[in-house]
Design a protein around this ligand. Structure first.
Ligand SMILES: [Zn+2]
Length: 413
């Protein structure tokens, strides 16, 4: 299948280069009028090479994506060829160092759970990390002629994580999310009433934001597009359509910051009872409950309050089921339409705690920004928040406990 696709794509690109006419339409030039239908939550299936071709074959692939193709395919060839060897290495390892922390495994149904053994030393405040195919390529060059070891495992996870962002940005239509960053919510919240007021006011041509929002609006490609278009449009109906489309994009992006209440959760005196179906991890209920409670637990005066997993309510509507995917190193995720928690082999305990945070209703508190000028992803996160950077060993913040207690009130009170 790969061979069949290589030739036409290569010649199409060569033709594009000659004619310079079939280049990708710039998203800032003409973003789709409507945001993508909803959060796509199908996991990225397939070998690394297949995922790369999904991106490369997309008409929305950018110059950065095409430039990265040679190194992407070179790395994919190695990782896909060594897949079995990598899996064997993972399942035989009895200790691992991730970042600057040591981890040890324990059985978890058909796979293993990796628990942190070094105490966390969270750095206060927002942290920034950058990654790109160029940097991944540098790491790959250092190990390409060496036998499989922990560095290969890390490379595979980094490749799969970056591909997930590439797929979301290029194929799944989430590119606007990748322009927002941690200031995104305030841009969206602050601009929405202004765009909405402009729609209601016949004399308004372009929404005029106050200075704090105007600066950020001027930096955002979608906002720049709408502001420029509205400046050109003279027909009132066309102007209204553009403003409606702008509002749709804002509302679409705002759903990413929403808390999604879970109707199955019960407030009890010792905390929050969370019914779950152990699904693919049947038999590992006790270990799972422990992994969840270790993070989702705090002192409240003289008593402790925890999230208590309950694995016995098969018929409960809205209950989430745990699934174990095939591809170790893939990024775990929660599907709200399927009501599933999608985990992968050799899972890290804090990853489960993070995904359970989504099941409780929390959105992610980390933000990934695509920087096309350098073909780089910038990730903004906090070490002290499991919903932001769970690798750092950070727990549940005071604000998150406060939100839980407001969202899930004791029915007797
Ligand atoms: Zn998440």
């Amino acid at each position: 299948m790969r061979n069949r696709r290589v030739a036409p794509l290569a010649s199409a690109l060569a033709l594009c280069a000659l004619l310079s006419a079939c280049s990708r339409p710039d998203r800032e030039e003409s973003p789709p009028d409507s945001p993508p239908p909803s959060a796509h939550d199908a996991p990225p299936q397939g070998s690394i090479a297949e995922l790369i071709w999904k991106i490369q074959d997309s008409e929305d692939a950018e110059e950065c994506d095409h430039d990265a193709k040679p190194i992407q395919l070179e790395i994919a060839r190695e990782l896909d060829a060594r897949k079995a060897e990598l899996a064997a290495f993972r399942s035989q390892a009895d200790s691992s160092r991730i970042g600057n922390a040591d981890y040890r495994p324990r059985p978890l149904g058909p796979t293993r759970l990796w628990e942190r053994v070094s105490p966390p030393v969270p750095i206060p405040g927002w942290q920034e990390d950058r990654d790109s195919w160029a940097l991944i390529g540098e790491s790959f060059r250092k190990i390409q002629d060496t036998p499989i070891d922990a560095r290969w495992v890390r490379l595979e996870a980094r490749v799969r994580g970056t591909l997930r962002d590439d797929l979301d940005r290029v194929v799944n239509g989430d590119w606007f999310y990748y322009t927002l960053g941690r200031e995104g919510e305030s841009l969206l919240q602050g601009s929405r009433p202004v765009v909405s007021a402009c729609l209601a006011d016949e004399s308004c041509r372009v929404p005029e934001f106050d200075s704090a929002i105007a600066t950020r609006a001027a930096e955002n490609p979608l906002y720049r597009y709408f502001a420029r278009k509205l400046g050109e449009i003279t027909d009132p109906a066309e102007r209204q359509a553009k403003l409606r489309s702008w509002l749709k994009w804002i509302d679409w992006a705002l759903t990413g910051y929403d808390f999604k209440p879970n109707s199955t959760i019960r407030r009890v005196s010792s905390g929050y009872e969370l019914p779950l179906l152990s699904g693919d991890l049947a038999g590992a209920e006790e270990t799972l409950a422990h992994a969840i409670e270790t993070t989702w637990s705090h002192s409240l005066g003289e008593r402790r309050e925890s999230v208590l997993a309950r694995f016995d309510e098969t018929e409960l509507p809205g209950i989430f089921r745990l699934l174990l995917g095939q591809e170790a190193g893939s990024r775990a995720f929660v599907s709200f339409t399927q009501k599933t928690v999608n985990l992968y082999p050799e899972i890290v305990a804090s990853t489960i705690a993070h995904e359970i945070g989504h099941v409780l209703g929390f959105p992610d508190h980390y933000y990934t920004v695509w920087e096309p000028a350098t073909c780089t992803y910038l990730t903004q996160s906090r070490d002290d928040d499991v919903m932001s950077n769970h690798w750092s060993g950070g727990g549940v913040t005071a604000e998150e406990w406060q939100e839980l207690s407001e969202r899930y009130r004791n029915p007797e009170k």
